[in-house]
Write a protein that binds this ligand. Structure first.
Ligand code: 13P
Length: 252
């Protein structure tokens, strides 16, 4: 019912030349795999070049961030209107943006509203920090983030949520598939409170945090997990193609 999605968040990696080379390396392998939505999210500066390379391919493009105003005197920012010409998805509220750039749920909420207005599809990231996890606050933190980020936003089939526990990002220590499944189930119940049962059943919720070619099958076997937001492993063509292939196998 829900089409699985594997998205690669390249973060602040690859020059334009390297981005083009990486897409060339993975394009053929990814294109062969059906029934999984495949998305790559390179840095802003590479979006146009990658878009050209993906013409005719079944691979979609996303950005890693966006500002919430459409245009104006906001030096250095990139607007939803600009991105709408280049890509389909936008990652919003990644924990690295919350940590290093002071993004709050309120800002995240404004960004989601802004991108929906311009027809883009937000990938909303939520997840608890290590100390919150250890003090038993995961449920409170994650449900709070979901509710605040989606405040005043009606149901839309454009929304994707990614559950990324901060302690699992870039650490090589993924959540266990059981932990990830449980928290994603909790997110779905929270969304059900906002958009009703059907809205929640239609929503894709990804897991992110040290997803690799070695743990993808195990994670994808979980009923609540609809795919993955992949960081480090999305920069290695073979690993990324393998993760997508595993998702296609498990979810068929
Ligand atoms: P890693 O896969 O490198 O842990 O990063 C996950 C992530 O932050 C994806 O958005």
């Amino acid at each position: 019912m829900r089409i699985p999605m594997i998205a690669g968040n390249w973060k602040m990696n690859t020059t334009v030349t390297e981005a083009v080379a990486l897409v060339r390396e993975m394009r053929g392998g990814l294109d062969e795999i059906k029934n999984v939505e495949k998305v790559v999210c390179p840095p802003f500066v590479s979006l146009a070049a990658v878009k050209d390379l993906l013409k005719g391919a079944s691979i979609k493009l996303g950005a890693q961030n966006v500002f919430f105003e459409e245009k104006g005197a906001y030096t250095g920012e990139v607007s939803p209107l600009m991105l709408a010409e280049l890509c389909e998805y936008v990652i919003i509220g990644h924990s690295e943006r919350r940590q290093y750039f002071n993004e709050t749920d309120e800002i995240v909420n404004k960004k989601i509203k802004a991108v929906l207005k311009d027809g883009l599809k937000p990938i909303l990231c939520v997840g608890e920090k290590l100390e919150e996890n250890e003090s038993g606050k995961t449920e409170e933190v994650v449900t709070g983030q979901v509710k605040s980020s989606l405040a005043g936003i009606g149901y839309t089939d454009k929304l994707v949520i990614a559950y990324e526990p901060v302690w699992a990002i870039g650490t090589g220590k993924a959540a266990t598939s059981q932990q990830a499944n449980d928290t994603i189930g909790l997110i779905r119940r929270t969304v059900s409170g906002l958009y009703g049962k059907e809205g929640a059943l239609n929503l894709r919720i990804l897991y992110g945090g040290s997803v690799s070619a070695a743990n993808a099958t195990d994670l994808m076997k979980q009923s609540e997990i609809d795919g993955a937001l992949v960081g480090g492993a999305s920069l290695k063509a073979n690993d990324f193609v393998s993760i997508v292939r595993q998702a296609a196998q498990v979810k068929k």
